[in-house]
Design a protein around this ligand. Sequence first.
Ligand SMILES: [Zn+2]
Length: 192
Amino acid sequence: MRFKLLVILVKVTPSRSHAGMSKASEHTILQFKDIRHLGNSLKRAVYSVNFSSNKFKRSSNANLKNRFALSIKHRCIAELKMAHKSYNGDLNQIKQYMPKVADAIVACFGGYCGEPCQASSLVCCGNYRQAKNYMPLTVKLRMTEGNKVLFLKLMDIMLSPLALDKTKFLTSTQKCEAVNRFLRSCKPKNDH
Ligand SMILES: [Zn+2]
């Protein structure tokens, strides 16, 4: 069975709760983020990309979209964690390497695992298994060039240099909130 990935509307929004705040202050304050938090933003964004298929009924289509979004989220989290491990938390090296990882992920999910993953992925050895983690084995994604560009853009939520800055400590939500609270409490907002 095949289905087509059609993109009608993509909303690349960070989490709703921070949307207002980051708009006002994105140039002045760096909000540390929990890796799962950004992962969920990514999942929501991927989910909002519209799948269309005449082979799937609406319910299973929603299920597939969800499974696809979940796969992307987990893949990005796994790559990010492995990058921190491989480069010993060296953010500059991680930032340089991540675009290659993102390209490999697109290739992997687009049905071209193998060489790109062997060369650049940190968690997929190129055996065509990783892309199918949460997807039914029978489903093949076909992505247009436009889809791929959008897919890359979506992954910026987790893998862009700015996102990498936000998750550089790979901390838990509580720790992030504690650090953010600390920053808020010890400095007036305008000084950040
Ligand atoms: Zn792969």
